[in-house]
Design a protein around this ligand. Structure first.
Ligand SMILES: Nc1ncnc2c1ncn2[C@@H]1O[C@H](COP(=O)(O)OP(=O)(O)OP(=O)(O)O)[C@@H](O)[C@H]1O
Length: 228
């Protein structure tokens, strides 16, 4: 679904590169979390995949245009803009050029999918962090999107709502076959939810299963038994 080949990127256009010679594929139906230290380039890689940035060299191929993007929720945004959940989704459906006749059903369906149908008349700014995140997820699902790209989905979401949110993402991935790519600070959830991890370190990408990642981390923490 996404194929990255010998990708180099720097914000200055030349060396030193933030991302160096990245090559990997993200298969349809996978749930991939991009992890790494602050400043490792996670958001940059996500923006490259979304096409908001262009590689310095190398290529990125994304085989679908049906991409839903879930940005980080900002609790202060839209505070003075009293739009209801339903209105927010209608305006997005309309901006996407979705035919008027199908909009109501499409909005109902995506709100159902994220468990927010009962709150469609609520004002968006009055919702909790977790509820807002669900509405943004619903918005990203409009138009039968098959690829969801999320930027730190648990930011501003309390622990209980985080658990619900990741359970929902897993259902969308495992049961509906939606491919998920998430920039993730929440390592525990990344390990529990993902089928693969992309670990960015020193400009390189290490692709591994969550189990292999945990094994590697354990080895790094263990004292070297052969020493002494
Ligand atoms: N528009 C920009 N122009 C120049 N440098 C930038 C720009 N955006 C990010 N950077 C720099 O690129 C590096 C990687 O940033 P990026 O946001 O991709 O990292 P990250 O892994 O997402 O970090 P974090 O975990 O802190 O969110 C950082 O050193 C950052 O300062």
């Amino acid at each position: 679904m996404i194929s990255i080949s010998h990708l180099y990127f720097s914000y200055t256009g030349g060396a030193p590169y933030l991302l160096k010679d990245l090559s990997f594929d993200i298969e349809e139906g996978s749930y991939v979390s991009i992890i790494g230290m602050n400043g490792a380039g996670k958001t940059t890689l996500m923006r490259l995949i979304l096409g908001f940035l262009s590689p310095s060299s190398g290529g990125i191929m994304v085989s679908t245009k049906a991409i839903g993007y879930v940005p980080q929720t900002d609790p202060t945004s839209m505070a003075g803009f009293p739009i209801t959940v339903e209105e927010l989704l209608f305006s997005f459906a309309s901006a996407k050029g979705m035919p008027r006749s199908g909009r109501e059903e499409a909005v109902e369906n995506v709100l159902d999918a994220v468990g927010m149908a009962g709150m469609k008349r609520s004002l968006f700014p009055s919702l909790s962090g977790g509820e807002r995140q669900r509405v943004l997820l619903a918005r990203a699902l409009l138009g039968e999107n098959r690829l969801l790209i999320l930027d730190e989905p648990s930011t501003g979401v309390d622990l209980k709502s985080q658990r619900e949110l990741y359970a929902l993402l897993k259902v969308l991935n495992r049961q509906r076959g939606i491919t998920i790519v998430a920039v993730e600070h929440n390592l525990a959830e990344a390990i529990a939810s993902s089928t693969e991890l992309i670990h960015l370190k020193d400009g390189r990408a290490h692709i591994c299963s969550p189990a292999a990642y945990q094994e590697e981390e354990k080895k790094e923490l263990e004292p070297d038994r052969n020493e002494g």
